[in-house]
Design a protein around this ligand. Structure first.
Ligand SMILES: *Cc1c(COP(=O)(O)O)cnc(C)c1O
Length: 397
């Protein structure tokens, strides 16, 4: 029986197909350049893996290996990422008056954020494709995750990071043995330097959605949500959006599960939360645009959402629109308040990005976009412990 039922890569925009046994990053069709998706023989995958067999598998994201991109078990680089709990948030639910409130706590992943999922998948696939030297621009958690997986895989890691990234993210890269270069600029500037280094030194650039496999790791959040809720979906999923790999991945997962016959056509409203100082997706959603306009000088304390332009903007906007969802901004003050509330009411000290989902929920209920009777899932994408330097105001008594 095949380990994975990966069949090919397909451009998510123009439909051009590519051989998955070769290295491809984005679509190379003239004037396209968009995001490539991994495609599988889902019928065969569904025949090979039953829901019963799944129950006996290890509690990490590789339990879904039939619809993951790694072809051979020996190439899987894992630190036990995934299968994080979905916790009922009863006290917070009572506090804000939305009784059926759930939090998926991604802060429990290796390296303290859900970036572990994407990088476990991408580093594993890079190994399978024979790569040994990686590079990445990152505003924070992705770099830490890449460095950790590169360490256990015995690969070289190069990180280009804006110098205002949280201290913990800078330090963890060094601790994991990566080469860290601090950049005087934004994530887009770091991206240019990383791309240049990739060219000059033959490094494999694992920037988000600029290679097809990080999204496959993040897709497992969607698979888990369905499995953990007994093959149902909540009414709404609120997601703190930066590059958008997570929201795009969750949406892809639900689609694949339906094609496998494991779920019906019911979908959650996919809701994007962004910071007021960096909200390209919210602006594009409100304007009815297919693509987002880059933000000139992005600012928010939530580093993971400080992404001024995303190559997958059209995919994020598609997921939001096709699901009947919406997009909303929150201020840094609102993020801090909600970060503190999640800690005090639920014992979950979230990354500010996770706090932003709660801040968004409160506004969405007020705005009437979410009904009080709806089942709402917040994704806390990381742990606050990596943001101590930027969460200062929370520690004044
Ligand atoms: C990267 C990151 C985000 C944004 O995730 P995308 O999938 O790129 O939109 C949100 N929260 C945290 C903690 C992050 O590290």
């Amino acid at each position: 029986m095949a380990y994975s039922f990966l069949t090919h890569l397909e451009c998510s925009y123009c439909g051009e197909t590519y051989d998955h046994r070769e290295t491809h990053r984005t679509c190379t069709s003239p004037e396209c350049g968009k995001v490539l998706f991994a495609r599988y023989d889902l019928e065969a995958a569904a025949a090979a893996l039953t829901k019963e067999a799944l129950r006996g598998r290890p509690a990490n994201m590789w339990r879904y290996r039939e619809i993951m991109p790694v072809l051979s078990a020996e190439n899987v680089i894992t630190l036990g990422e995934g299968f994080t709990p979905i916790l009922p948030a009863g006290r917070l639910a009572a506090f804000i008056g939305v009784p059926d409130l759930l939090i998926k706590d991604e802060g429990l992943n290796p390296t303290g954020s859900f970036k572990a999922r994407g990088l476990s998948a991408a580093v594993s696939k890079a190994k399978e494709l024979g790569k040994t030297r990686l590079t990445m621009p990152s505003a924070g958690n992705a770099a830490g995750a890449m460095s950790a997986y590169a360490a256990v895989a015995g690969m070289e890691a190069n990180v280009f990071m804006p110098k205002d990234a949280p201290i913990a993210n800078q330090q963890e890269c060094i601790a994991y043995g990566a080469r860290l270069e601090l950049v005087d600029g934004f994530i887009t500037d770091a991206g240019k330097l990383s791309a240049a280094a990739a060219e000059e030194r033959d490094l494999f650039d694992v920037s988000t959605l600029r290679e097809p496999y990080r999204a496959e790791g993040k897709k497992t959040m969607g698979l888990e949500i369905a499995e953990q809720l007994d093959w149902s979906v909540p009414d709404a999923i609120i997601y703190p959006t930066g590059g958008g790999t997570g929201i795009v991945g969750i949406w892809k997962a639900l689609d694949e599960l339906e094609q496998m016959g494991w779920m019906g056509s019911a979908r959650p409203k996919m809701i994007s939360v962004q910071a007021e100082g960096c909200a390209p997706i919210v602006h594009a959603f409100e304007a009815g645009d297919e693509f987002a306009t880059p933000i000139e000088a992005p600012h928010t304390l939530a580093a993971g959402m400080r992404v001024p332009s995303a190559i997958g903007d059209y995919l994020i906007l598609r997921a939001i629109r096709d699901s009947g969802g919406t997009a909303i901004t929150v201020t840094d003050a609102e993020i801090l308040e909600s970060t503190s509330e999640m800690a005090r009411f639920e014992g979950i000290f979230p990354a500010p990005e996770g706090g932003a989902t709660l801040a968004g929920l409160k506004k969405l209920v007020e705005r009437g976009d979410i009904g009080r009777d709806e089942r709402v899932l917040l994704i806390n994408t990381g742990s606050a412990l990596k943001y101590m330097d930027v969460l200062g105001p929370l520690f004044e008594q």
